[in-house]
Write a new protein. Structure first.
Length: 266
């Protein structure tokens, strides 16, 4: 397995697939000089319809690989893996673990109509994490929990704006709008790449909230002091790995990352 041998701090990031690249982008924006190793478990995506045990075992395997490769901080760039595996991963690891959850709290603070739509995987919506968020913050508002089977697969194929994607999203989102939702939570990191289509369906009056910025700020807490002036030599590097087919991943990773990248097999 590839390792980075620079003096820069190394952050390990993983997701069931390519969705976590939305989180990686947010962290990269905040932290230009750290090095990243990103693992997409695309060979086993989607996690959203799998058992908790399966996801825990995959997540455990992947974080071990990240730590062996030199990761000093782990970012779980996946709501589903966080919901079912974060406690086990924290018990397994000695390095800090940054995790994420659907942004229900800020969405509740933002809504004016008192109706919030939450788009996430089935496994996330059924989790104790979401039950806790609903009971803690959802008492005074109506939370509409909308599972979205099949959306992760569309993003894994890079099918972000096809007619099919638009039509499928319209079927998922329109009922939430019809019930008065003025705020939508993207509770899955893959869905962030569908935000332009969701926005075109929801219109400008609807707020769309996701958690990547919060995860980036949270990750900052674990970073050593960075150089105050960033030069081209001090820019951090990214290593992209997948458990799926690297050949197939190349195009989608490059599309989502916004620049050509090399993807290797784990
Ligand atoms: N990106 C993952 C999340 O945030 C997708 C889970 C899946 O593979 O279904 O939940």
């Amino acid at each position: 397995m590839t390792t980075l041998s620079s003096a820069a701090q190394v952050i390990g990031v993983f997701d069931s697939g390519v969705g976590g690249l939305s989180v990686l982008k947010a962290i990269r924006k905040e932290h230009p000089t750290v090095d990243f190793i990103y693992i997409a478990d695309s060979g086993h995506a989607p996690y959203g319809s799998r058992s908790a045990k399966f996801i825990q075992s995959r997540a455990s395997h992947i974080v071990s690989a990240l730590v062996s490769a030199g990761a000093e901080v782990i970012v779980i760039a996946c709501n589903t893996a966080t919901a079912v595996a974060v406690e086990k991963l924290r018990a397994q690891l000695t390095v800090p673990v940054v995790a994420m959850e659907p942004a229900i709290k800020p969405a509740v603070a933002h809504t004016k109509t008192g109706v919030v739509g939450v788009l996430a995987t089935e496994r996330t919506l059924e989790s104790l994490t979401v039950a806790r968020l609903c009971s803690e913050f959802g008492q005074s508002v109506k939370l509409l929990l909308q599972p979205c089977p099949g959306l992760v697969e569309l993003v894994e194929r890079g099918e972000l704006s096809s007619d099919f994607t638009y039509e499928y999203l319209r079927k998922l989102v329109s009922p939430l709008l019809d019930q008065g939702a003025d705020t939508l939570v993207l509770g899955c990191t893959h869905y962030v790449f569908l935000e332009p289509v969701i926005r075109s369906i929801a219109g400008p009056g609807v707020e769309i909230i996701e958690s990547s910025g919060a995860v980036a700020r949270q990750t900052m807490r674990y970073l050593r002091n960075e150089k105050s002036s960033v030069t081209s030599e001090s820019f951090g590097r990214e290593i992209f790995l997948t458990t799926g087919s690297p050949e197939n991943a190349q195009a989608v990773f490059s599309q989502l990352w916004g620049a050509p990248v090399e993807v290797r097999g784990l």
